[in-house]
Design a protein around this ligand. Sequence first.
Ligand code: KG4
Ligand code: ZN
Length: 339
Amino acid sequence: MLITILGIESSCDDTSAAVIRDGYLLSNVIAGQDVHKSYGGVVPELASRSHLANIIPVVDQAIKQACIKKEEISAISFTLGPGLLGSLLVGTSFAKGLSLSLKIPLIEVNHLHGHVLSHFIIEKNNPKPVPKFPHLCLLISGGHTQIIKVDSPLLMKVIGNTIDDAVGEAFDKAAKVLGLPYPGGPVIDKLALKGNPNAFTFAKPRISELDFSFSGLKTSFLYFLRDKMAKNPEFITREKNNLCASLQQTIVEILLEKITKAVKKTGIKEITISGGVSANMAIRKQFSELSAKNNWNVFIPPLAFSTDNAAMIAITGYYKFQQKLFAGHDVVPIARFNI
Ligand code: KG4
Ligand code: ZN
């Protein structure tokens, strides 16, 4: 029997639905929400309202693009958390309703678990090798910065974590003080291409073992700008590209140093990077270079599977389906949810 999973993701400001059949991706539809741009960040109430407007057309499109009938779906997997409660509620309630009407099982998925398994999504026209177990996953997103030891699709352990801000938050907050739009990560990435990564130096945090900290970097960036602007009010305008490139380089070095430490500690040389920040071009390039130098096997996801998407929720649902790990209809979203 074919296993066909409909995945639904609505944890933040993207409404997404995807269909995966026997591990192969049939469709992955994502509707973004431009409404937040003018507010400089995601407005939770507006996000839930947009999910409400988007969820039916997005799921409908995902089923149509997959060229399947809804009666062929074996189970519905959905993001239970972590995320914005109002946003999660829309995806969860929709998944429950559809599973009741189609009389098929419901599968809850931890969003972070989805990011980790995003490397196991197989595209029919572009099949690629998948990571072996155990491997290390560097999960870098707007809400998380973790190093995870992944022993199997359903067994994993966090071995490094941020003690304050996530790396995506550092990108977004730095962008805000530079007067750049939200989300700042992709904008810094783009401007950094035209800047000198060695123009300025920012102190890296000294955090023991495999943990991270980004709040100090954010504050020192802010104070650095404040001092420079006091002397020259044109400083940010003149140095924007160099500031982006230098800050980004500091962040890349922090990430590379920690993963190098994790490889030394665990002896595992199979590495994946996941989450929205893994879309960053400098991170992708420097990870590839470091892996070639050290003989690591590094997996970098296609851009569509780096940022939030339902394909990663569907592939996680596919693995849980095989173990019959189903959820009850009394399940409720969880805003804070560890792996
Ligand atoms: O995984 P994701 O889509 O959502 C969360 O689960 O948080 O990650 C969003 C984060 C945002 O902080 C965004 O600025 C960052 O990923 N991001 C980037 C890039 N693209 C997205 N950061 C740096 N460079 C990028 N190209
Ligand atoms: Zn995410």
